[in-house]
Design a protein around this ligand. Structure first.
Ligand SMILES: *[C@@H]1O[C@H](CO)[C@@H](O)[C@H](O)[C@H]1NC(C)=O
Length: 175
């Protein structure tokens, strides 16, 4: 099965974020755990399914955790593969067991320990005046860009992390 362009782009950006952070910190801990999460439409996944036109948020959380050191060592292909798995294993049972375990044992990730993507290819961002949503470290929003077929990416990071994003990261954009 192929990795989608969205999975590849997210993997590229998030790997660069982690690499950048590791360079900034002299006492960087490779065994630091990172949660990577996708918020995914669950209209057709819930039982019974909701109509595609259902108004409101209908999203499942899917989270995977990994060791930052492993990501730095193995690179973006490793993360892209994990993201693909997250998407492919999005079903009612998995989402439901996540919700149930969360109810029993709720958690909050501290700043920067979770990178999370949200957004929708169906959201006409440039056709709406919708204002801003909340910002937090690692929040990544993907929506259609202004040009047909393009993707708009909005990611919240501390300035120093942006500044330390390396040439390797920029290379992908200069073609
Ligand atoms: C589906 O989405 C709704 C609304 O966001 C959420 O409350 C519910 O937990 C989700 N269902 C599953 C099984 O993830």
């Amino acid at each position: 099965m192929v990795i989608s362009s969205l999975q590849a782009i997210l993997a590229h950006i998030w790997t660069a974020v982690v690499r950048s952070r590791s360079c900034l910190n002299d006492n960087y801990d490779e065994s630091q755990e990172l949660a990577v999460a996708l918020l995914m439409n669950n209209r057709t996944k819930v039982i019974p399914p909701l109509p595609e036109t259902f108004f409101g948020n209908a999203v499942s959380w899917r989270i995977v955790t990994l060791k930052e050191g492993e990501l730095i060592k193995r690179g973006l292909g490793f993360l892209a593969w994990l993201l693909k798995d997250v998407v492919n294993s999005h079903n009612f049972e998995n989402s439901r067991s996540f919700v149930e375990s969360y109810m029993k044992d709720p958690f909050i990730y501290s700043d920067g320990n979770m990178l999370i993507a949200r957004g929708s290819h169906r959201f006409n961002m440039y056709g709406n005046d919708f204002g801003q949503t909340g910002k937090f470290y690692g929040k990544t929003t993907v929506n259609p860009g202004p040009v047909e077929g393009s993707i708009d990416i909005d990611i919240c990071l501390p300035m120093e992390v942006f500044k330390a994003m390396d040439a390797h990261f920029m290379e992908a954009f200069s073609r």
